[in-house]
Write a protein that binds this ligand. Structure first.
Ligand code: SAH
Length: 354
């Protein structure tokens, strides 16, 4: 994807360690300076060149004349009184707005990041897609969401889920660059096993992703047990059938040895009947997988409502009877519009109406 940001300064945070090494060599510096700079940027999370005390002042001045460090700034932050979940609105240099969320679990802090500004997948129950796609985020902008949150919360990020605004596989190259850099041992060194990427099911990219040999978990937004229901809520279902998705999931788990997570948002009267549960069980039986039932977050612009809690439990029980591993997602930050795209949408609407 072409990114025209009319930036005055270059995108330093997107440089891999190898690219920084090339840069240092080109400017006549010693190679090891690249590792030092990479560590300042990606391990110590320096936001100002003055912190980089083991680099000469001349070198720092040279780099700072060409490159700005952070491509994002925090616009707003809302913290849940219920569970401490913090939702961030962040602004890109070209005026885009994205959301990221920090959630505290007993196993550590998990951060949910956006991969695009807006989305063009058009899922009918999702607020992120209502205004369409502006552009994919650069790797630096995905990294900066994690870094800014770690600095703001003053706590190490343990897990990352790429489940915020956007379709990560619609921004594939930058996503792969991000995953490599966030797990780099000279950077934050977050284990790939602690990272989950969620896709609406772009099958071609699912195969490519399996072939990257990363230890990252793949989550697939299934949301329906058959193509008819899926087509009624997810336009992408007109391009790829559930059969094709299942084949790609099998390929992924064979290749990586990792189980796939199926996300299933429970929409009342659409996909939450006992029949749907049985059909779903038949579809995924025998696959190395796990189902995560997500109580729908109501979106004002849409008619969909969440399934009642008993309905979700019944659905879970049916799947379990068929031997399927299934959990219900804990609603984090329900008092702060923590669902995908809702805070951003409110912000944009407010700007439009003054
Ligand atoms: N584009 C990717 C990742 C972003 S959305 C994907 O489709 O997987 C993360 C998850 O939240 C997806 O499963 C998405 O379908 C789901 N989601 C979106 N809007 C929702 C809503 N209003 N309630 C519950 N889940 C929702």
């Amino acid at each position: 994807m072409e990114i025209d940001m009319e930036e005055k300064k270059g995108d330093l945070l997107s440089f891999t360690r190898e690219e920084l090494t090339e840069y240092m060599e080109k400017t006549g510096q010693k190679k090891f300076r690249a590792v030092q700079l990479y560590e300042w940027l990606h391990k110590k999370l320096a936001s100002d060149y003055s912190e980089m005390t083991n680099l000469s002042k001349t070198l720092r001045e040279q780099i700072s004349s060409e490159y700005e460090i952070y491509p994002l700034s925090i616009l707003d932050k809302v913290v849940s009184k219920k569970d401490g979940t913090a939702k961030y609105l962040m602004a890109t240099k070209d005026g885009g707005v994205i959301e990221s969320v920090a959630m505290n679990y007993n196993y550590g802090m998990s951060v949910c990041i956006s991969s695009q500004i807006g989305c063009r997948m058009g899922c009918s129950f999702c607020a992120s897609t209502l205004a369409g796609l502006e552009r994919g985020l650069k790797a630096s902008e995905m990294l900066a969401q994690v870094y800014l949150i770690q600095k703001d919360m003053n706590k190490r990020v343990d897990n990352i889920v790429v489940m915020g605004i956007g379709e990560p596989f619609d921004n594939y190259e930058q996503l792969i660059r991000f995953l490599g850099m966030i797990s780099d041992e000279s950077g934050l060194n977050i284990s790939q096993r602690s990272i989950t990427v969620s896709t609406c099911g772009l099958v071609d990219k699912m195969y490519e992703f399996a072939d990257e040999h990363m230890g990252v978990t793949l989550a697939v937004s299934l949301h329906a047990p058959n193509d008819d229901i899926r087509k009624s809520i997810m336009p992408v279902a007109n391009k790829y059938s559930i059969d094709e998705i299942m084949k790609a999931c099998r390929y992924f788990s064979d290749k990586t040895g990792r189980r796939v997570t199926f996300e299933y948002s429970m929409i009342h009267g659409v996909n939450d009947s006992g029949e749907c549960a049985k059909e779903l069980a038949g579809r995924i039986k025998g696959l190395l997988c796990h189902v995560n039932l997500i109580p729908l977050n109501d979106v004002d612009e849409r008619d969909y409502r969440r399934s009642p809690d008993e309905g979700i439990s019944v659905f879970q029980n049916i799947l379990q009877k068929y031997g399927i591993n299934v959990t219900i997602r804990k609603g984090m930050g329900s008092d702060i519009d923590a669902a995908c795209g809702q805070l951003r949408k409110k912000y944009i609407d407010k700007k439009v109406t003054g």
